[in-house]
Design a protein around this ligand. Structure first.
Ligand code: HAM
Length: 429
């Protein structure tokens, strides 16, 4: 019995985001949406769970995300489904299903589920902002996509962001590269970490992504994919880098950057917050996946996109002391000691006029209401007592020490407050 009534907690590796922290999320998503729209992206909302086969085929059976981290289960009807571990596969599935005209530019904000060991910056449920562009392999679109993320980080005020760029080549150049990499790893197999000593032949590129010191030491001198790119892939990479330079986006070439998902071809990139000391400092990443649409049953169609982890992004903001929580404060707190009907009506009128209005409930005393008004952060208290009702007025008391108390006609208090706010915003401009 006692156990049944014990308070429940959110599962380990998940988080509640409460106000006022959530105000940062609202601002973040709104600004991302604004920037995505300016660049021609439209919002796509797709299911949080899919046929598990989508992620196997899309992300790759051999990736950690699918092999070790997927929330996969049979539903009550016996269908094998999985919670989405990322956004790209679903967006591409939606593209194949609905065949919208290309180029198709989609943005999204979504929770993503990965069964990982929770630690700082690594959760079982995290949230991503992302974009995908389908239907063009123009390298300028790679530049546009990278720039959207880079300029978003700038807007947040982040200064310590490292951008690594690489090319995974196309199927042909990657084939040659993988053969050379395997030959090299064969010679060094005994030096690899336990996991990759066993598995490197199944997916040798994964070794490049391994963060364990043994594998890092081996891959330091491994062949580099950038030496194996054919003419077209090398030209693509050069055009992307020139575009980033032209837009003033600092970046460095990182030939070991392969990323953890198997769908990538050609351009890959990752943004890391150097202010974060933990290993989990990637605040966004993405790349091209020119074979993914086909792998999911669609016509040959190139694509590119990125995902930004919201939680990690906010950790990076905290580490740099930027983008502080700044929740919007109400314009007025209505104090009513005549029974509450005045507060009810006045709040409704103020809100209809687009003004933020809050109040106390449960018939609290004047003192308690004024205390609550102070705590609310509102700029003004609108006080209604028996005298005010008798005189058809409202007493307006500044709560942040600006100016004297005033008496304003009840009939014109909403217009008065609206005008007052306009003046205030102008002064703060
Ligand atoms: P990803 O690198 O796996 O890429 O994830 C994108 C971002 O999500 C990471 O850079 C990180 O900020 C955040 N993230 C990933 N896993 C976790 C976790 N367990 N806890 C907290 N944050 C996490 C993708 O998901 C691709 N879909 C990106 C993409 C889009 N590529 C092409 N289009």
């Amino acid at each position: 019995m006692a156990e049944d009534s014990a308070p429940l907690r959110a599962p380990a590796g998940t988080h509640d985001v409460l106000w006022p922290e959530s105000a940062r999320w609202e601002r973040l998503v709104a600004e991302f949406a604004r920037r995505a729209q300016l660049a021609g992206f439209g919002l796509v909302v797709s299911p949080m769970f899919e046929d598990a086969q989508l992620f196997r085929r899309g992300i790759g059976d051999d990736s950690d995300v699918v092999r070790k981290e997927m929330y996969e289960f049979a539903d009550r009807g016996g269908r094998q489904v999985a919670l989405r571990p990322e956004g790209t596969a679903s967006v591409v599935r939606a593209f194949v299903q609905h065949h919208p005209p290309v180029p198709w530019k989609a943005w999204y904000v979504t929770p993503a589920f990965r069964y990982e060991r929770p630690q700082a910056g690594r959760y079982k449920q995290h949230h991503q902002l992302g974009v995908e562009v389908l239907g063009t392999d123009d390298p300028d679109v790679d530049v546009e996509v990278v720039a959207l993320a880079a300029e978003f980080y700038d807007w947040l005020g982040l200064a310590r962001v490292d951008l690594a760029v690489n090319s995974m080549g196309c199927a042909q150049c990657r084939g040659h590269y993988v053969a050379a990499l395997v030959a090299y790893l064969d010679e060094h197999a005994s030096e690899l970490c336990d996991e990759h000593r066993e598995r490197y032949r199944a997916n040798p590129l994964r070794v490049l992504d391994c963060k364990r010191p043994q594998c890092r030491a081996v891959t330091e001198a491994a062949p580099r994919i950038t030496d194996f790119l054919d003419e077209a892939c090398a030209a693509h990479l050069a055009r992307v880098r020139a575009g980033l330079d032209a837009l003033g986006i600092e970046h460095r070439l990182e030939p070991r950057l392969v990323r953890g998902l198997d769908y990538y071809t050609r351009t890959t990139f990752e943004f890391s917050a150097t202010s974060l000391t933990s290993a989990q400092n990637a605040i966004g990443g993405g790349g091209r996946y020119d074979g993914l649409v086909e792998a999911l049953g669609g016509p040959p169609t190139p694509g590119i996109g990125f995902g930004i982890g919201i939680e990690r992004l906010l950790l990076a903001c905290d580490a740099e002391g930027v983008f502080a929580s700044d929740p919007p404060l109400p314009d007025a707190f209505v104090v009513d000691v005549t029974g509450g009907a005045e507060a009810r009506d006045l709040c409704a009128e103020l809100r209809r006029a687009g003004l933020g209005a809050v109040r106390a409930y449960d018939g609290r005393s004047l003192k308690a209401q004024l205390k609550q008004a102070d705590r609310s952060g509102a700029r003004l208290a609108l006080i209604v007592g028996p005298q005010e009702v008798a005189g058809a007025v409202v007493t307006v008391r500044p709560l942040r020490g600006e100016g004297p108390q005033e008496t304003v006609l009840r009939a014109s208090v909403v217009a008065w407050l609206a005008a007052h706010r306009e003046k205030d915003t102008e002064e703060h401009r």
